[in-house]
Write a protein that binds this ligand. Structure first.
Ligand code: GLU
Length: 293
């Protein structure tokens, strides 16, 4: 990849290593932990100013958010990828890689947590999501927008630095609790949820309709799950907007957690990490409240 973009040598000194070689559709918790441990090691090296991670686009937002929650450094960590294959006309990978290095090497990038750069835009790992299956402009931050852009090799940020304070320390070999996502739809079958309860999931993220609303076919099952100590997070299948506390659902009564600004896949990551610290729904809600839109 680096030899395809010799211009990178003009803006940074690079050392490269390969942690895994997979399609990102096959990512899992073990790889996230391995990646996070290595990134933390590198962030502690005095001779490293920033880190670029090349990643498949399918789950890039999940890996970026996992790193956001498990690293704590003022140095830039930047993920990037490509929407077009390297063999296609106007492949976007080389420029995306160049841009990611330009961001990681830029003084202004310090204290902005984990970022994703795609198609000349810079996003916070917290806000970014893949919004299109094929476009080179696939990555967007539907609520907060991009935090900066790259033109030529000039990196410009349009937000002030922000130090992300919520960090879950991760050790090699740690096992994360079983957390699943149930996607709601008209007439959803209760089996979709009873399966998770019977199979001892410790947390369930409900990708609900609208502002995290729950179909009557599964509401009582989730309610019973919460009573038994399973953490239930109400997120939404809607692409933008928050899931707010106490809207149509009485979260306080049912001990449900509202996902605030996090989509279902990011809610799952925060819930897994939260469960390494607490099983108290109010404490978990406090973690999610850090992502109010
Ligand atoms: N599906 C693969 C992945 O996410 C490659 C396609 C892409 O990066 O867009 O790793």
């Amino acid at each position: 990849l680096l030899s395809a973009v010799p211009q990178i040598g003009e803006i940074a000194q690079i050392t490269a290593e390969q942690l895994v070689n997979i399609g990102s559709q096959d990512i899992d918790e073990e790889i996230w932990i391995k990646l996070s441990c290595r990134v933390n090691e590198l962030l502690n090296c005095d001779d490293i100013d920033g880190i670029v991670i090349t990643h498949g686009t399918d789950t890039m937002e999940e890996s970026a958010f996992f790193l956001q929650l498990t690293t704590n450094s003022t140095k830039a960590v930047v993920l990037t990828g490509a929407m077009r294959p390297s063999t296609s006309l106007s492949a976007d990978g080389p420029l995306n890689l160049y841009n990611a290095v330009a961001v990681a090497a830029c003084d202004d990038a310090s204290d902005r947590g984990v970022m994703v750069t795609m198609n000349n835009s810079i996003f916070s790992a917290t806000d970014v999501t893949k919004m299109h299956t094929t476009d080179i402009d696939a990555f967007q931050a539907p609520e907060n927008g991009k935090i900066g852009s790259i033109t030529g090799s000039k990196v410009t940020f349009n937000t002030p630095p922000y130090h992300h304070t919520l960090t879950f320390p991760i050790k090699d070999g740690i096992k994360l609790p079983k957390v699943g996502i149930v996607y709601s739809y008209g007439g959803i079958d209760p089996d979709m949820v009873t399966f998770m309860i019977e199979n001892k999931y410790r947390g369930i993220v409900h990708a609900g309709v609208g502002n995290g609303n729950i179909h009557k076919n599964i509401f009582p099952i989730l309610e019973e799950g919460a009573r038994e100590g399973i953490l239930i997070v109400r997120s939404s299948r809607v692409a933008a907007g928050p899931v707010t506390l106490e809207n149509e659902v009485d979260d306080n009564k049912y001990h449900f957690v509202a996902s605030q600004g996090l989509n279902p896949q990011k809610s799952r990551i925060l819930l897994m990490l939260s469960l390494t610290k607490t099983h108290n729904w109010e404490e978990v809600q406090r973690y999610f409240n850090m992502f109010v839109l």
